[in-house]
Design a protein around this ligand. Structure first.
Ligand code: FES
Ligand code: FES
Length: 158
C-alpha cells in the first residue's frame, strides 16, 4: 500500500508524516508522535479510552484512519496543559475530587469533558452524564468524575 503523506495539526503544532493510509489515528498519535496519553482499551469504539478531539468533535481515535485525519486539527490530553507543568483546571479538578484512580480512562474523560465545557460552560448533572456516556471507568463509580467536572466548571466560571 502506498504511504500517505499526512499533514495535520496536533495540539497546535503542524506535522507532516509518511504513514500507511489505513494506520489508525490512535497509532499515529502514540507511535509516530509519542503522545502516549491517548490510551487503547477496547480497540472497537466502545470504551472511550482513546478519545481525542478532531476538528472540534469528540472521536474515538481507534476508529479513525490516518487518511481521515488529513488536514484536520487534533487535540489530545497533552494539549490541555497551558504552560510547562501547569495543569488545565479540569486536570486539577480531577485530582482534587479524587476522580483519578488507575487513571486509564482519565485522558479520554478529560477530552470529553473539555469538549462539553467548551460548548456549555455551566452544565447540569444530566448534561455531564450525557457528555461522558461513551467513556467507561472501571474504578470510580463515576460520582467523583461528575463532581470533578462540576468543580472545574465552577472554577473556570469564577
Ligand atoms: S480503544 Fe477506542 S473506544 Fe476503546
Ligand atoms: S480511574 Fe480506572 S478506569 Fe477510570
Amino acid at each position: 500500500m502506498e504511504a500517505l503523506s499526512l499533514e495535520f495539526k496536533v495540539n497546535g503544532q503542524k506535522h507532516k508524516l509518511s504513514v500507511a493510509p489505513n494506520k489508525r489515528l490512535l497509532d499515529v498519535l502514540r507511535e509516530d508522535l509519542n503522545l502516549i496519553g491517548v490510551k487503547e482499551g477496547c480497540s472497537v469504539g466502545e470504551c472511550g479510552a482513546c478519545t481525542v478531539i478532531m476538528d472540534g468533535k469528540i472521536v474515538n481515535s481507534c476508529m479513525v484512519l490516518a487518511g481521515q485525519a488529513q488536514n484536520s486539527e487534533v487535540l489530545t490530553v497533552e494539549g490541555l496543559e497551558k504552560e510547562e507543568g501547569k495543569l488545565h483546571p479540569l486536570q486539577q479538578a480531577f485530582l482534587d475530587a479524587g476522580a483519578v484512580q488507575c487513571g486509564f480512562c482519565t485522558p479520554g474523560m478529560l477530552m470529553s469533558s473539555y469538549n462539553l465545557l467548551q460548548a456549555n460552560p455551566d452544565p447540569d448533572e444530566e448534561e455531564i452524564k450525557d457528555a461522558i456516556t461513551g467513556n467507561f471507568c472501571r474504578c470510580t463509580g463515576y460520582k467523583q468524575i461528575i463532581d470533578a467536572i462540576e468543580l472545574a466548571a465552577e472554577r473556570m466560571n469564577r
